[in-house]
Write a protein that binds this ligand. Sequence first.
Ligand code: GCU
Length: 138
Amino acid sequence: AATTRYEAEAATITQGVAESNHAGYSGTGFVNYDNVAGSSVQWSVTAAAAGSATLTIRFSNGTTTNRPMDIAVNGTTVAAASAFNGTGNWDTWQSKTITAALNAGTNTIRATATTANGGPNVDWLEVAQATDGPAVPF
Ligand code: GCU
């Protein structure tokens, strides 16, 4: 199975900013969502084949309040108000996993904050598919 990591700071950020002032991130930083409902990060991901995928979002939340986000695939919400609970501090990262169907080829995956607190800090999205694509005829 192939797993691909997509950094949040390289994605399309709407009402948020790439920052690096907390430790433990991968890549060059993470996304600090603006503290507003509707702030989002959208990734463009490539799937070798249509089918189920495991979507993992790495995040930190230095508060004690859940920062829920809607997770949408190709514009359709597949996980509404998914919980991103406190991780203890902004340097402590946890992973949240959901399962969703992807199309073969390019897909958009968007994580949108649903409360006025905005989203958690988000480090990356990983996409894992159970198959590596269609069997190659020979
Ligand atoms: C702090 C923290 C940020 C975080 C923000 C928030 O300012 O340093 O990294 O994004 O809180 O509450 O969203």
